[in-house]
Design a protein around this ligand. Structure first.
Ligand SMILES: NC(=O)c1ccc[n+]([C@@H]2O[C@H](COP(=O)([O-])OP(=O)(O)OC[C@H]3O[C@@H](n4cnc5c(N)ncnc54)[C@H](O)[C@@H]3O)[C@@H](O)[C@H]2O)c1
Ligand SMILES: [Zn+2]
Ligand SMILES: [Zn+2]
Length: 370
């Protein structure tokens, strides 16, 4: 079928609307009519050429929609089902999936360009038939998209998808970065560095896990305001202030965990987080930076203070289990989402949405396709 989507033709560049040809679903695939897509910072890394993707790229990796067509011999799915898409597919069979680490599923090797197991693609440009890479295999910035069932999580039909779509990346990534990767325990002191669309859920997760002190650090006033609203006990503009505060709360020891969720990771961010934690504390690195960014910390401090640095993808969440669990918390009022969708946009306004993100005017922007 023919549809419209936001495509990146060159990097650095910007999103351009293009006519796209989407193939019919094959076995274990679903054709989706999009309802909502979140403007995560990770897409912007491709636009700024921090991350390198094959171009042209049909962008977007956080989204929700309705099943329009189900591939042949694909049990368990019906036209009209509502789905939240996980930016990480889970095959359910590989070593990682079968040991409770779906976020590391071997299907992750197809995420850069959406190439399927047999080397085929599902989207092309209507104008000249050029193959389109599909971001994370789901291309949520397209009115219609074709996805593998491994990336589809069925949700109740009355769930508001403009909020629920955040569960496909931002929620699990942020919440899990604190709760799973940071292993936050009741009574602990936690610093969340960068409380945008990801870090804000690390704040919620840390609070939910029972942290006594959740210190949110962000230079942007709106982010600090929202961090307080979802459970931060104190907010600061800089890590210097946050580190002082964490030490004042812990008899000089430092935070139990520091979760790094800044927009573009820099070496300095990890160093600051490393300085903020106590002996045997943990720095969780969730943010992504330029492909060449490296991290160096003082080796003596690493060894003798037994500090830990933990990378984290999708907050070590298992999409099949954790996306429904997060949405259940949302339903119960224990996870705030509606308040964090600070502005909605049409697909045509996508570059405006990212400009607002960079200006610090929004927390999570969402494309509302209706
Ligand atoms: N590891 C994963 O699985 C995963 C998944 C999704 C996104 N990400 C990455 O997480 C990062 C955050 O994404 P996002 O969508 O929340 O971005 P965002 O732009 O919404 O938020 C980033 C926040 O960091 C703040 N910030 C910038 N520099 C800072 C500093 N020095 N100290 C404190 N705060 C600072 C910004 O003001 C902003 O509020 C990005 O790098 C993104 O690519 C990782
Ligand atoms: Zn994301
Ligand atoms: Zn797997």
């Amino acid at each position: 079928m023919r549809t419209t989507g936001a495509v990146l033709f060159e990097a650095p560049g910007q999103w351009e609307l293009a006519e796209i040809e989407v193939e019919a679903p094959r076995q274990n695939e679903l054709l989706i009519e999009m309802i909502a897509a979140g403007l995560c910072h990770s897409d912007d890394h491709y636009v700024k050429a921090d991350s390198i993707a094959p171009l042209p790229l049909a962008g977007g990796h956080e989204g929700a929609g309705v099943v329009m067509e189900v591939g042949p011999n694909t049990p368990g799915w019906e036209v009209g089902d509502h789905v939240v898409m996980s930016f990480l597919p889970a095959c359910g069979r590989c070593r990682w999936c079968s040991s409770g680490q779906q976020n590391l599923c071997d299907m992750g090797r197809f995420l850069r360009d959406g190439c399927r197991e047999d080397g085929s693609f599902r989207m092309s440009l209507a104008d000249d038939s050029r193959t389109l890479a599909q971001m994370c295999g789901i291309s949520t910035f397209s009115r219609h998209t074709l996805i593998d069932v491994a990336a589809a999580i069925k949700v109740p039909n009355d769930m508001p998808l403009t909020s629920a779509c955040l569960a496909g990346c931002g929620v699990g990534t942020g919440w899990g970065s604190a709760v799973n990767s940071g292993d936050i325990k009741p009574g602990q002191t936690v610093i969340v560095m960068g409380t945008g669309g990801i870090g804000i859920h690390a704040v919620q997760g840390a609070r939910h896990a029972g942290a006594s002190h959740v210190i949110a650090v962000d230079p942007v006033p709106l982010k600090r305001e929202l961090a307080s609203k979802v459970g931060a006990t104190t907010t600061f503009e800089t890590m210097t202030e946050a580190i002082d505060h964490a030490r004042s709360l812990t008899n000089g020891q430092g935070a139990d965990a520091a979760v790094v969720c800044t927009g573009v990771l820099e070496q300095q961010h990890v160093r600051e987080a490393f300085a903020a934690i106590r002996k045997a504390g943990i720095v969780v690195v969730t943010a992504l930076g330029h492909a060449d960014t490296e991290v160096a910390v003082n080796a003596r401090e690493l060894t003798l203070f037994q500090k830990r640095i933990q990378g984290s993808v999708f907050g070590e969440s298992n999409p099949t289990r954790d996306i429904p669990a997060m949405l259940d918390l949302y339903r119960n009022g224990q996870l705030l989402l509606d308040e964090l969708v600070t502005r909605t946009y049409s697909l045509e306004q996508i570059n405006e949405g990212y400009a607002d993100l960079h200006a610090g005017d929004i927390l999570r922007g969402v494309i509302d396709y209706r």
